[in-house]
Design a protein around this ligand. Structure first.
Ligand code: ADP
Ligand code: MG
Length: 344
């Protein structure tokens, strides 16, 4: 089971529970399991029926997206594309097309470390499944030989995706949850929700502000501790906050940890000295893609990449317990755990 990395420090929530303030709204909360993770909703609305219906609608939408994009569902659109690799093109929904193209964009940006066609490698390692194991070098070489994002053919008019060679495959696991966050946000807007907070297993969507109009305070998970132990707090308004970490999904063999973010150029779990990366930006799909991407390219290149982008900020934690942030966070991020050093 995945750990939830980021959680909320909401004063309104605390007041709601203790009943200190009549003005505070107790949120409608729900936890559900989808996309291989726990999803936690909190909607702040006086109309509890409406808030519950909105959550129902969000869960329906999540299941719909999961059915299309999951690599763990046999007949998902993604797996149908993969099973037909080297054989024929496969019709997909507009949204699978959109998410796959986004993934391609980040494949270019990271020179293929982040890779739309990483599926053969993900499948080989099986991290997060019962068949997880360290593959042999020849198996890794074989998987890498099938990874090439230039072999994905998108047909915009036919709405199809085709992989040129057998044994190739696409994987949207690093980006789909971010997209889900964006779709949930659309539902909130359609239903005139004013304040909400959603945690999709470490992908947080802090919608608008707290009920009193102040910024959300989001705890950033301490990657060395269990869920809910945070190392710092960031203040945000209407943002996605997405963390990728080596503690999310992994197995251990001979005292070594093998985690689920695989460098598609080496074939091994990324090992740049970074143990978690957090991206803060408006759109969830970008936050998700970038948290995985920066995890893969490491601290120096990662900071450079994020600083070059408008409206995107990042927090990096290294295995030496150093914390680095991009310039836009210097007065919005507060380190609260003294075991770590904030390298401003
Ligand atoms: P999480 O799912 O824990 O939030 P990420 O967003 O970082 O974490 O995504 C990790 C998932 O992305 C893996 O489980 C796998 O499906 C996929 N993945 C692993 N390595 C890569 C890669 N190099 N490029 C693209 N996707 C990857
Ligand atoms: Mg990601």
């Amino acid at each position: 089971m995945k750990k939830i990395m980021v959680f909320i420090l909401s004063i309104s929530l605390i007041l709601g529970i203790t009943g200190c303030s009549k003005k505070e709204i107790t949120p409608v909360s729900r936890e559900t399991f989808a996309l291989g993770t726990i999803i936690d909703f909190k909607i702040y609305d006086k109309d509890q029926d409406k808030a519950n219906k909105v959550i129902d609608e969000c869960i329906e939408r999540i299941k719909d997206i999961e059915k299309k994009m999951s690599a763990n569902i046999d007949h998902s659109e993604v797996m149908t594309v993969n099973k037909n690799a080297g054989k024929q093109s496969v019709k997909v929904s507009d949204e699978t097309m959109y998410v796959a193209k986004k993934s391609l964009e980040y494949s270019y940006i990271t020179n293929g470390k982040f890779n739309l066609t990483v599926y053969p490698l993900v499948n080989l390692w099986g991290i997060g499944t019962k068949k997880a194991r360290v593959p042999s070098q020849s198996e890794i070489d074989e998987a890498i030989s099938n990874i090439d994002y230039n072999d994905v053919v998108f047909d915009e008019t036919q709405k199809t995706i085709y992989l040129k060679r057998e044994n190739q495959g696409i994987d949207l696991g690093a980006i789909a949850k971010g997209y889900v966050g964006d779709e949930i946000k659309k539902i909130f807007i359609e239903n005139d929700i004013k304040s909400a907070f959603v945690n999709l297993g470490g992908n947080v969507m802090a919608y608008e502000t707290k009920v009193d109009g102040s910024k959300w305070r989001i705890g950033i998970q301490n990657p060395l501790e269990i869920r809910g132990e945070y190392l710092g707090v960031v203040r945000v308004e209407n943002k996605s906050i997405v963390t990728s970490g080596n503690y999310e999904r992994y197995f251990e063999q001979d005292g070594k940890r093998y985690h689920h973010i695989l460098d598609a150029t080496t074939g091994y779990p990324a090992d740049t000295g970074v143990i978690s990366t957090t991206i803060i930006t408006e759109r969830g799909i970008d936050a998700d893609a970038l948290s995985t991407s920066t995890y893969l390219i490491g601290l120096d290149e990662g900071i450079k990449l994020i600083e070059s982008m408008d409206g995107v900020e990042a927090i990096f934690v290294t295995k030496d317990k150093e914390v680095y942030t991009t310039s836009g966070l210097k007065d919005r991020f507060e380190l609260t755990n003294e075991e770590f050093i904030y390298k401003k």
